[in-house]
Design a protein around this ligand. Structure first.
Ligand SMILES: C[S@@+](CC[C@H](N)C(=O)[O-])C[C@H]1O[C@@H](n2cnc3c(N)ncnc32)[C@H](O)[C@@H]1O
Length: 243
């Protein structure tokens, strides 16, 4: 009997290849089977991070989402499209591992922090060996791009998804010390209004493409337009104890 291979969910960090961990770099360079999520017709951000690092004979397995932003996430059609997609890929990767091959699943940032890999992980754990390599998160790159620490002393850090309804965003922002708002993109106008309702506009920073080519960080009040790419977020720095 062949010993099963391991499916590695590999956190690649926020974008620059030299922000990958030594373990991630070693696994990526050695991988014979490399899987990664991407929007149909796109190269895939995680795949771009490892450009030039893969073995020439590596088998590539692009996992193309059946939907991304075309259907709202709270529409039952969204889960109905994605659940079978994740199940089919979990089956396919499990079959490769069962034949004795390791699989590297490339993940932007950290796999367990709002990453799609977690939907494979829940379907694979207990069936075949699965291992996760943590990565530097996008938010870490983004607050670094602002040139200021994000949490001081005993500051609590609130992390929100901009997909939440405006009233819920505003309610959760109120009383926040340090704050990160992920998944900004087309939600920027809504997030601006919620920040204003919570009295945080003056302290908010807008960051796009953290640790990637085209990185930009500026106070939100200096951003005149509401155009925000997928890789963008808001950071509000804490004001905690400073000896
Ligand atoms: C699905 S989440 C993935 C988070 C990722 N697993 C991580 O550890 O950061 C995608 C969101 O993360 C944020 N993000 C991740 N990396 C980023 C980066 N390098 N620059 C700006 N935003 C980033 C954006 O808000 C984006 O919409």
């Amino acid at each position: 009997m062949t010993a099963p291979g391991t499916i590695h969910g590999i956190g690649l960090g926020p974008g620059a290849a030299d922000l990958m961990s030594v373990r991630a770099d070693r696994l990526v360079r050695a991988a014979t089977h490399v899987a990664y999520f991407r929007k149909a017709g796109r190269a895939g951000h995680a795949r771009r991070i490892v450009e030039g690092l893969l073995r020439p004979d590596a088998v590539e397995l692009p996992m193309e989402y059946p939907v991304t932003t075309e259907i709202p996430v709270d529409d039952p059609a969204y889960a109905a499209a994605l659940a079978p997609f994740y199940a089919a890929w979990a089956d396919r990767l499990a079959a490769i591992a069962t034949h004795g091959h390791d699989v590297a699943v490339l993940c932007e940032g950290d796999p367990f922090f709002y990453g799609s890999f977690m939907h494979l992980h829940t379907r694979l754990a207990g069936r075949v060996p699965v291992a996760v390599v943590p990565g530097i998160t996008g938010m870490s790159a983004c607050w670094t791009a602002t040139g200021q620490p994000v949490t001081w002393g005993d500051d609590a850090l609130t992390v929100l998804s901009a997909v939440l309804p405006e009233a819920e965003l505003a309610a959760r922002m109120c009383g926040s010390e340090a704050l990160v708002v992920m998944k900004l993109g087309r939600n920027l106008p809504k997030v601006r209004r919620a920040l204003a309702a919570a009295g945080l506009t003056a302290r908010a920073w807008y960051i796009e493409q953290g640790a990637m080519p085209g990185e930009r960080a500026l106070p939100l009040s200096d951003k005149a337009d509401d155009a925000a790419p997928y890789f963008s977020m808001i950071v509000v720095h804490g004001k905690g104890r400073r000896p």
